[in-house]
Design a protein around this ligand. Structure first.
Ligand code: CO8
Length: 253
């Protein structure tokens, strides 16, 4: 039974709420293990089409757990990879709904999701430099790809926080909502995605992510192969027939 996350489903959407209220959802090993298991369970469940990951009003997550890391000394095993990278293996879309602090590992976790929706209260940052370390779960890489070198360098070197408006302008965040509407609006978007063809949605996610891993020519070749293979699915036939027949498509079959 998970203690540090709360799990619900709403229609075809799986909702995971990080839940360590006494520590601003600091991402300790136990929490990350619970999160990884639940993400994998939703990914394997055909009744779920999209996943929303959120925190509390005050914090999405204020970072990796500093108290847990404090006694660690070099040389040490990679305590990050096995717990933090499970989210990257999820084939269904994962939307981060961020209110309050998303700092350090919290910002990195949000950036591992497929897109970020933010409350107007959200604050993003990579303050690890203040602790005598640097981001360790992809922050220097994903933030730089999301917002460009100048702003990423500014955030990583100064530890300053960026508010939701700045994060949206910079391209880190896709949409901003008033804090009291963040979850409802995010769930609406997730439900819409969850009603689409799961194969097409998975391929679309995979192709956009591929853009970060390969050259343009290879990426376009990959996209085309997946696009063409979708013509072997009933969902392509249903989607296009529904358009021609002026009705809503039904991708549930
Ligand atoms: N780790 C552990 N405990 C935390 C963390 C954290 N990251 N953040 C907050 N807490 C705890 C506080 O210690 C406090 O607990 P207690 O009441 O027992 O003292 C409680 O949460 C409430 O926090 P505050 O009293 O500090 O709340 P404020 O509203 O005054 O301040 C802040 C909020 C500004 C967010 C402040 O808590 C803060 O600066 N937190 C730390 C932010 C930070 O430095 N994050 C980066 C951590 S390092 C990291 O993420 C590296 C990632 C590397 C990859 C992953 C490796 C596993």
């Amino acid at each position: 039974m998970a203690e540090m996350i709360q799990v619900e489903t709403q229609g075809r959407v799986g909702l995971i709420r990080l839940y360590r209220p006494q520590a601003l959802n600091a991402l300790c090993d136990q929490l990350m293990e619970e999160l990884g298991s639940q993400l994998a369970a939703f990914d394997a469940d055909p009744a779920i089409g999209a996943i929303v990951l959120t925190g509390s009003e005050k914090a999405f997550a204020a970072g990796a757990d500093i108290k847990e890391m404090q006694p660690r000394t070099y040389p040490l095993e990679d305590f990050i990879g096995k717990r933090w990278e499970s989210i990257l293996r999820i084939r269904k879309p994962v939307i981060a709904a961020v209110a309050g602090f998303a700092l350090g590992g919290g910002c990195e976790l949000a950036m591992m999701c497929d897109t970020i929706f933010a409350a107007d209260t959200a604050k993003f940052g990579q303050p690890e430099i203040n602790l005598g370390v640097i981001p360790g779960a992809g922050g220097t890489q994903r933030l730089t790809r999301a917002v460009g070198k100048a702003k990423a360098m500014d955030l990583v070197l100064t530890a300053r926080m960026m508010d939701a408006a700045e994060a949206e302008r910079a391209g880190l965040v896709s949409r901003i909502f008033p804090a009291d509407q963040l979850l409802a609006e995010t769930l609406k978007v997730a439900e819409r995605i969850a009603a689409l063809s799961p194969v097409a949605v998975g391929f679309a996610k995979d192709c956009v992510n591929r853009a970060f891993e390969t050259t343009l020519t290879e990426g376009v070749r990959y996209e085309r192969a997946l696009f063409l293979s979708l013509f072997g699915t009933p969902h392509q036939r249903e989607g296009m027939a529904a358009f021609v027949e002026k009705r809503k498509p039904d991708f549930s079959a």
